[in-house]
Design a protein around this ligand. Structure first.
Ligand code: ZN
Length: 336
C-alpha cells in the first residue's frame, strides 16, 4: 500500500499482448467500444473499484477509484459504501454490463457471509450479495479477494500466458488461488485454493481457521513483525535491506515455511508459474530468494527449475480487476 500511494497515477500494463493505458483516479478517458465490467474490492481500509472495457479478446483497465470502507460502522454501513462506490463509478465512467464484488472472507451460495475474520461487526449470515445487488439494480457476482487477485494476475498480470498458475497473497492473512487456462479452480465446494490453510507444522500455532500449524499462522504479517521485533512489515524489510540480521532471519524463516507450502502445491498441481503478492512480497528478493531455495530443496518430482516464482504485477488494484473479471461470462465463477 505504501508504495502505491506514491505510484504515478498512470501505469502501463501488458494486457493480452498489447500495451494499454491504465488510468488513475481522475480518469477522463472514454470507454472504448465493447462491453464494460465493474469490479469492487472490499478491503478493511478501502473500497477500490476498477472498470474493464472491451470484449473477451481484448480487455483494458479504463478507470480506478478508491474510498474509505468505514468498516467500524458494521455491515449496513459497509454495504451502503459498496453501493455508493458502484454508483459513483457508473456516474463517472458509464454504467457497466456486469458487476463483480471481491470480499475478504467466505460466503455461501446465496452470497451471505460465513467468515469475515478481518472486519468488525456481526457479519455472520449478512446477505451482502442480495443487499448490494438490490442497491445497484444489477446481479452482483461475489468472489473471495485472494481468488480475485489470482484471477487478475493469472489473466492480466504476472501469470499471463501460463496455463496453470498458483498465486499467493501475503499480508494480514495468507490467501491463495489456482487458475487453469485462465479460469479459477474452485473445487466442488467453491473454496479450493486456500494455500495458506494447509498444515505445515503439526501442533503448530493456532490459525484463525481453527486448525493448528497452517502456513498462514506461521507466515502472516504479525508473525513476521514479532519475529523481527518490529512494528510493521515495512520496518522489517527496511531493516533487512540495511543488513540487520534479526530481520533477515525473520524473513528467511517465513520464506522457508512459504516454500514448504508452495512445494506441496507444486507437487500436486504442477504450475508453470507462481505469483507472490501482498504486503510481505514487497521484500522482493529478500523473500523470494530463500523461498526459491526452500522450494528447490523440497520439490523432487516436478522440474522445479522450469517453474518461475515471480512478484505480482497489478499492484493494489488487482483485487478490483479480478472482481471485474469474475463478473464476466468467460471467467464465470460459482456464486461463492
Ligand atoms: Zn488455517
Amino acid at each position: 500500500m505504501g508504495s502505491e500511494r506514491h505510484a504515478p497515477r498512470a501505469h502501463r500494463h501488458l494486457i493480452r499482448g498489447r500495451s494499454v493505458f491504465v488510468s488513475g483516479r481522475a480518469a477522463t478517458r472514454r470507454r472504448g467500444p465493447g462491453v464494460s465490467h465493474l469490479g469492487i474490492d472490499l478491503g478493511g481500509t478501502n473500497i477500490k473499484t476498477a472498470v474493464l472495457s472491451g470484449d473477451g479478446g481484448e480487455l483494458e483497465v479504463v478507470a480506478r477509484d478508491s474510498r474509505p470502507t468505514k468498516a467500524a460502522g458494521g455491515p449496513e454501513t459497509v454495504a451502503s459504501r459498496l453501493i455508493e462506490s458502484g454508483r459513483t463509478s457508473w456516474e463517472r465512467h458509464g454504467e457497466t454490463e456486469t458487476v463483480g464484488l471481491g470480499v475478504p472472507g467466505l460466503f455461501d451460495d446465496s452470497g451471505a457471509i460465513t467468515l469475515f475474520p478481518n472486519l468488525p461487526g456481526d457479519w455472520d449470515g449478512f446477505p451482502l450479495r442480495t443487499v448490494v445487488s438490490e442497491g445497484l439494480g444489477k446481479t452482483v457476482q461475489m468472489i473471495n479477494d485472494a481468488r480475485a487477485f489470482t484471477l487478475a494476475e493469472g489473466n492480466m498480470g504476472a501469470g499471463r500466458g501460463s496455463r496453470i498458475v498458483v498465486a499467493m497473497v501475503l499480508g494480514t492473512g495468507v490467501g491463495g488461488g489456482i487458475t487453469v487456462d485462465g479460469r479459477l479452480h474452485l473445487g466442488a465446494f467453491g473454496t479450493a485454493g486456500e494455500i495458506g490453510h494447509q498444515t505445515i507444522l503439526p501442533d503448530g500455532p493456532l490459525c484463525g481457521c481453527g486448525n493448528r500449524g497452517c502456513a498462514e499462522a506461521l507466515t502472516k504479517a504479525s508473525v513476521l513483525t514479532e519475529l523481527a521485533g518490529k512494528e510493521s512489515a515495512e520496518e522489517v524489510y527496511e531493516a533487512a535491506q540495511s543488513g540487520e540480521q534479526r530481520s533477515i532471519d525473520a524473513i528467511t524463516e517465513v520464506a522457508n515455511y512459504l516454500g514448504i507450502a508452495l512445494a506441496n502445491a507444486v507437487t500436486i498441481l504442477g504450475p508453470e508459474r507462481i505469483v507472490i503478492g501482498g504486503g510481505i512480497a514487497k521484500a522482493g528478493d529478500l523473500l523470494l530468494d530463500p523461498l526459491r531455495r526452500s522450494l528447490k530443496q523440497r520439490v523432487t518430482l516436478v522440474p522445479i527449475d522450469e517453474i518461475e516464482v515471480v512478484p505480482a504485477m497489478l499492484g493494489s488494484y488487482a483485487g478490483a480487476i479480478g472482481a471485474a473479471l469474475a463478473g464476466m461470462d468467460q471467467f464465470a465463477v460459482r456464486s461463492r
